[in-house]
Ligand binder design. Structure first.
Ligand SMILES: [Ca+2]
Ligand SMILES: [Ca+2]
Length: 458
């Protein structure tokens, strides 16, 4: 057999294998695999047409599609090359990518949080935007699109009053301040305000609740909003909503934080940290109570902690949002494994204040909260060693987590990371990626600085 025929057969085999793999990955009811731990920082924009798996959709993707058309395409390695998702690489894929580059009207496909391919009309720049929760709001602010947000939930009033300009946002009633579900009132206000795009918290309930609006042509985007999803999600939103420059700036900022940490810690043994809530009742009730623990990259508190230390990992029995409950007995039995306990505090940090006050929490208030919950762990070595540290859940729960990660690094390795540089990085976050005007040295209880608990970093 001559070499040319062998090459052609090889291409056919590759294509056949590739198409089969493709069907497994995205066909009938099958889910794409969830992100694995230890795979490095994901910077791939999850939009079909991103043929070369990088952070952009540009001419190099057209070159890549042409290249793959010539030498054979492995859809497992290059899943996003098939821009129109017909199972083959053709001139139509090239045309679709060209349309994306030229910002011409077309339908684009992306990998949603649900593991299914979903589509949106493109481009969506200049459209009125609706959001479902504070995480989606901070994404819009970071992309420079806050002015376009026309409808949002009442937890924005609770969290952002006095920090964000809410004058252009028609506020709907959510179930409560800690619920990102789309309510009937939300639907009514999306319709009344002629919202054309909804950046939604990607829950199954919201997918159902927004179904009718989607049928009517409202473009709904379902992407995960924290942890290792932050960068891909921001890149995808940047393309869809016409804010690519800000999305790139966000990626650069985040990667800079990661690089600083990795460079600084390359010769350092990283301690074990468990990310757990504080609970007054636990201290009062003793061993009968449980602790809510974040132990999986679905949760930002876990993910950002794991960037600087070995975070306790357990993916079994998790809630939809990556948390699970452990007994205090379990904590005591595993005392020798848990060098640090990172206690998150709800409704602090950027999302500020007590849930309904709309008032920025002060450092003193943060300290008091921490002191009221740290005693939960008083029988554990981490407590006795000054290794209980506090963070605000609300920043790590969204894309803002990179802004605070150096603060955890400072609390665990005070000799390697100064408070000053952690504050500088956080200030940069507020200045460049939010609409809030804050001086982080005066406002924002982002770390424990009190005198009642002898934290080792103080
Ligand atoms: Ca690309
Ligand atoms: Ca195709």
């Amino acid at each position: 057999m001559d070499k040319k025929i062998i090459a052609i057969i090889a291409v056919i085999i590759l294509l056949a294998a590739g198409v089969a793999a493709y069907i497994v990955a995205t066909g009938n009811g099958e889910k794409a695999p969830k992100k694995a731990l230890g795979s490095g920082t994901d910077v791939t924009v999850p939009i079909y047409g991103n043929a070369n798996n990088d952070s952009y959709i540009d001419k190099s993707d057209i070159d890549q599609i042409k290249n793959l058309m010539t030498r054979g395409w492995d859809p497992v390695t290059y899943p996003y090359a098939d821009a129109d998702l017909d199972g083959f690489l053709t001139d139509k894929d090239i045309q679709l990518v060209q349309n994306i580059i030229d910002k011409k009207d077309c339908k684009i496909n992306y990998m949603s949080h649900f593991g299914d391919v979903m589509s949106v009309k493109y481009p969506l720049s200049g459209k009125k935007i609706g959001v479902t929760y504070w995480q989606q709001s901070e994404m819009m602010a970071a992309l420079g699109l806050w002015d376009r947000v026309a409808v949002g939930p009442n937890n924005l009033t609770a969290y952002y009053k006095g920090i964000y300009d809410l004058s252009h946002v028609d506020i709907y009633t959510a179930k409560n301040n800690h619920n990102s579900g789309v309510t009937d009132d939300a639907i009514e206000k999306y319709v009344k305000n002629k919202v054309e795009v909804i950046v939604a918290t990607p829950t199954a309930a919201n997918l159902t609740a927004l179904g009718k609006l989607m049928d009517e042509g409202v473009q709904c985007i379902f992407l995960w909003y924290t942890g290792d999803w932050c960068i891909p999600t921001m890149l995808a939103l940047g393309i869809m909503l016409g804010a690519e420059e800000k999305a790139k700036a966000y990626m650069d900022y985040s990667l800079n934080v990661i690089n600083i940490i990795n460079e600084r810690l390359k010769d350092t043994k990283r301690p074990y940290v468990i990310v757990a809530g504080g609970s007054k009742s636990l201290a009062e009730d003793g061993v009968s109570s449980t602790v809510t623990v974040y132990s999986n990259p679905m949760e930002g508190d876990y993910y950002f902690t794991n960037l600087v230390a070995n975070a306790y990992t357990n993916s079994s029995g998790l809630s939809e949002f990556g948390s699970k409950k452990l007994s205090y007995e379990w904590m005591l039995l595993n005392d020798n494994l848990l060098d640090y306990i990172l206690i998150y505090q709800n409704q602090t940090g950027f999302a500020t204040g007590s849930a309904d006050s709309g008032v920025i929490i002060t450092q003193q208030e943060f300290n008091e909260r921490f002191e009221s919950t740290v005693g939960t762990y008083k029988e554990m070595s981490a407590y006795k060693n000054g290794h209980c540290i506090g963070i605000p859940y609300d920043m790590f729960g969204g894309i803002s987590g990179y802004g605070l990660t150096l603060m955890i690094a400072h609390m665990i390795y005070p000799d390697l990371f100064t408070l000053n540089e952690a504050q500088d990085m956080l200030q940069k976050w507020f200045d460049e990626f939010t609409v809030a005007k804050l001086d982080v040295r005066k406002t924002g209880g982002y770390y424990y600085s009190g005198g009642s608990y002898p934290a080792a970093y103080l």
